[in-house]
Design a protein around this ligand. Structure first.
Ligand SMILES: *Cc1c(COP(=O)(O)O)cnc(C)c1O
Length: 392
């Protein structure tokens, strides 16, 4: 019998988090009906940490289609996809996704996390090798660890290191090699060179899994992501909880791969299909995204302006080249102070601390949305300047 009270570890672990200034808790917000303002404890705040990059969560067409599908099909899809949860709307959406993404097929998953944490296990076994970028999302690393494959991480965006590991694998008897990377990395907002990685995968007969979560809607031709139209990606994953403004995820792949996943992927098989409301929202967002080119180009300019100005005020924005702009402070306490001060000024920008990011790289992670008004952007910049002036 264990000697300690059975829940003692909870007290101990929570105390550790508090002692390290890393304790986290939930904040309750009430979103406004439009735009990116939220109310927290009665105070109105401009949200600079939302993933609603295109503001589609509030788009009237998206809401209308979501409502229509609910009225027509009900609140739930009542079963898993393989039992009786595949409606015509699920199938139509998959066909549309495949067509737009120029892939043979697409398969909807209930979330990016669910897809990533079960796909890798599905595609590999204990005789396989998984090579994942060191900064891959937690869901991908979870998936890699859950598989019994040999999981090796290559240094972030270091293709020389990746190639070295691929060459080294030649002498081993792996049945398969799977390379995992993202296009836009979620904490630093930098990008990978997908085309180069695809070339390496091709040269070494390795499968390639690309997570396009933060790029779809925002980057690439017609906003279809940075993995769009790149030859040699076996699994192209996009999420619908970010720029799509709703929820869920998809994999774009070959028809054969889709069949394989339907037969073998537990994260697809053993879960209730996404509800009609969500399918309607995704479907509507997909109709809008390719045609937002004008707004997107203005959006890209805003992103650049924010980053340039912040750097001009002396802030370290790391390697960011996207709408995710980390303001790296380093020290946890100082980062929390900045987040709290911004909140007093009416700006919501959450502090990100270890273990989400490496030690001594605590940061305010700003995300810029197309739905932010020029006035809101300027307000943020003025406040950041004020903080920087006060500190120097
Ligand atoms: C957000 C995110 C996910 C998880 O997607 P959800 O649909 O929110 O579960 C997966 N990968 C990356 C890179 C992400 O940023």
């Amino acid at each position: 019998m264990p000697s300690k009270p059975k829940q003692q570890f909870i007290d101990d672990d929570l105390e550790n988090r508090k002692a390290d200034n890393l304790f986290r808790s939930l904040q309750t917000l009430i979103p406004s009906g439009d735009g990116l303002t939220v109310t927290k404890k009665g105070r109105e705040l401009i949200n600079f940490c939302s993933n609603d990059y295109l503001g589609l969560s509030k788009h009237p067409e998206v809401i209308r289609k979501s409502r229509n599908y609910t009225e027509k099909y009900g609140a739930g899809s009542t079963a898993s996809r393989l039992i009786s949860g595949t409606f015509d709307i699920h199938e139509e959406l998959e066909t549309k996704l495949a067509e737009i993404l120029k892939k043979e097929a697409a398969l909807i998953f209930n979330s990016g996390f669910q897809a990533n944490s079960t796909l890798i296990d599905t595609l590999t076994d204990r005789h396989s090798l998984v090579l994942a970028d060191r900064l891959s999302h937690n869901s991908l690393l979870k998936g890699g660890l859950a598989s019994r494959a040999d999981l090796q991480r290559f240094n972030h965006n270091d293709l020389t290191h990746l190639e070295k590991l691929l060459v080294r694998a030649k002498g081993e008897n792996y049945n398969r090699i799977l390379i995992i990377t993202e296009t836009v990395f979620s904490m630093d907002g930098d990008r990978s060179d997908v085309k180069e990685i695809a070339a390496l995968a091709n040269a070494h007969n390795a499968l390639l899994f690309v997570d396009d979560a933060h790029a779809v809607g925002v980057w690439g031709e017609k906003g279809l992501g940075l993995g769009y139209d790149v030859e040699g990606i076996d699994i192209l994953l996009g999420t619908c909880g970010k720029a799509f403004g709703s929820f869920g995820a998809y994999v774009a792949c070959s028809t054969k791969m889709k069949e394989y996943l339907i037969n073998y992927c537990p994260g697809f098989i053993y879960t209730t299909a996404l509800p009609p409301a969500v399918i309607g929202a995704i479907d509507s967002a997909l109709d809008l995204i390719p045609y937002m080119e004008k707004q997107r180009s203005r959006y890209h300019k805003t992103i650049e302006k924010v980053r340039d100005r912040l750097q001009g005020y002396g802030f370290d924005t790391g390697p960011s080249s996207t709408q995710i702009i980390p303001v790296i402070i380093g020290d946890e306490v100082e980062t929390l102070e900045l987040a709290e001060w911004l909140e007093e000024q009416g700006i919501l920008a959450t502090a990100i601390r270890p273990p989400t990011v490496p030690e001594n790289s605590s940061r305010i992670r700003l995300t810029i949305s197309l739905a932010h008004t020029d006035a809101q952007i300027d307000y943020l910049l003025n406040k950041m300047k004020e903080w920087s002036n006060a500190g120097s």
